[in-house]
Unconditional design. Structure first.
Lengths: 338, 338
DNA sequence: ATGAAAGCGCTAACAG
DNA sequence: CTGTTAGCGCTTTCAT
């Protein structure tokens, strides 16, 4: 890794001139420019980004925090984010928080000192998110993806879907297709998005005049796998459900598995509707009907909103007003519902 | 973000003293140490890692290149790598190459100028990997994970399983359990690991005196989905297979799907064996028997070998001799084979 | 159009 | 034990 000084010497010019031709600033005599360019070519010189970052106060790096990249949902988001960041010359540092607020917090603290230019965060379920709000308050471009709290709206940049409406529509679809006893595989209540989906489910039921039955809502006890038992339980009710709405595809997979083991046919005995449209859902047996979130696009949107904030901040010294990007969902009917 | 100078001023000492207490080098008067520590506390000072990196020539950052994080296989590896890197204070930059050698190459070039301390790479299938070998040649700690070429052995650090033996054992298991017509969902031939798995399959057949039938090996035409058609074809043979060995779990998922659509029961009509043991395989219907690679651990091992190289290089100025870490596989019998 | 010089924030001799 | 100083590699006034 040659340094600019070496290039300058070899070309018989000063480092400032080399810098100038490399950055296309102000005019440089085209003869000298040529000479410099040649040397750069020969020596395979690449400017040291670290030094540049230090000088300029920017690193062209953003940081993504997700609970776990092993969860397909976050894998899709990550892909979208990385793709669009890369196209703009940004690198992305990945951190798996494992739903541990301590890890999340420590990581953010550490990353701040890297002059990371922005943070895209799918926050951990448990934690108080004050340190995330502080992040923005202290001037870091920040985007919440998927997961966010009510109070964040208007205060932070957010990329999400309308979880209430999406769940409402999903439930409505199940009702419209003749189902009356609709069970819900609900997500962890600490997460606003799951409370919203729950609300949507309740509202759709109410609007259709179907009485709410708490025995029909399965709650996550310890990890997604807990829906295996929950499914067995709900299916052994005197009046078992004729449809199950899982509030995420990974949950739907374990419900599906439990149903198979119970000898129940999908959708003949019970319809199953998921939420997310993760890549694998189309390969399940039967292929899973689901409320599709545009996960990849949400990752792209998160990157874009971060880039936008970074730009704005570099121009105006402050962050732009927060926006809430609410993306549309698609109801994807495959063969697990009828 | 306060700077060390400010801390120094506030504490009434010089920056070097602050640096010393922060780095625990040489002795500092415990009274002054206290004072400095207090100011550090108050101002929430974190040293600027960029400046430190520039000065020291190290960034405590490694780079991971994978074809796509959306592929569960790479998600597991990534998780293992990130977990162990983080524990050692390293950040990891993620790049999805999408099997595009151009992207891979460009990314590596760019990352070199970030003073990235090491590269963990699951190389793209197509490309000539000279630039990866150059990476090591030019002094960058490098680890190949899963995918590698014959010629890399001994020349580069590699973390993999013994693909030949694993496929041999998997096939052997199928034979031992009474199968004679064993089809193979083979992977892309450009990948050494798939050629090895193919060899293992052939060898096991030969050793058991079962004639090789080329009609029984399905080849990837265009993405994993092409195995859907291939499965239909092979099942419509006059003498269809009584078992299918898929050389990766994602392939097994589409084979399984095709089998279902064909009305074939697994394992009654045909046994199905996968390769990888991706998280979802246990949730399939039926749960997939598979040759389990320790993917998470392979990620950990890749991080460790990188860390080891980095250490060694910092001490001795050169990279340590390359090692090939061959990890064991587990035959995981679930319910898709009998 | 080009060079000299200052400085981004930090570490590491080298003096004292 | 502590302060001074010289850079790490680069950008950017400010002169020339």
């Amino acid at each position: 890794m040659a340094s600019m000084k070496e290039v300058a010497d070899a070309a018989g010019v000063s480092v400032s001139t080399v810098s100038r031709v490399l950055n296309g600033k102000s005019c440089v005599n085209s003869a000298t420019r040529q000479r410099v360019l040649e040397v750069v070519e020969q020596t395979k010189f690449h400017p040291n980004v670290l030094a540049k970052s230090l000088k300029l106060g920017r690193s062209h790096t953003i940081c993504l925090l997700v609970p776990s990249i092993e969860n397909q949902i976050f894998a899709h988001i990550t892909r979208g984010l990385e793709d669009t960041a890369r196209k703009s010359g940004f690198a992305v540092v990945l951190c798996n928080t494992d739903e541990d607020a301590m890890v999340e917090r420590a990581y953010i603290d550490k990353m701040k000192t890297y002059w990371i230019e922005g943070f895209a965060i799918c926050p951990t379920a448990g934690g108080n998110e004050d340190y995330i709000r502080d992040l923005r308050a202290s001037g870091f471009p920040t985007a919440l993806v998927c997961r966010y709290s009510q109070e964040d709206v208007g205060a932070m940049d957010i990329v999400s879907v309308d979880n209430y409406q999406a769940a409402y529509d999903g439930t409505k679809y199940l009702i419209r297709t003749g189902h009356r006893r609709i069970a819900l595989a609900a997500g962890r209540e600490e997460l606003f998005l799951y409370r919203e989906r729950y609300r949507g489910y309740c509202a759709a039921l109410a609007d259709a005049g179907i009485p709410y039955d708490d025995e029909l809502v399965m709650r996550e006890v310890s990890g997604t796998d807990s829906f295996y038992q929950a499914t067995r339980q709900v299916m052994s009710l005197p009046e078992p459900p004729d449809a199950i709405f899982a509030t995420s595809d990974p949950k739907a997979f374990v419900v599906m598995h439990a149903l198979h083991d119970l000898g129940k046919r999908i959708p003949q005995d019970v319809s199953l509707l998921g939420f997310d449209n993760v890549a694998l859902s189309s390969n399940m047996e039967p292929p899973l009907s689901t409320v599709g979130q545009p996960l990849y696009e949400m990752g792209c949107a998160a990157a874009k909103t971060l880039l936008r904030q970074i730009d704005y901040k570099n121009k105006n010294g402050v962050l732009p007003p927060a926006i809430h990007h609410v993306m549309g969902v698609d109801l994807i009917i495959r063969r697990s519902t009828n």
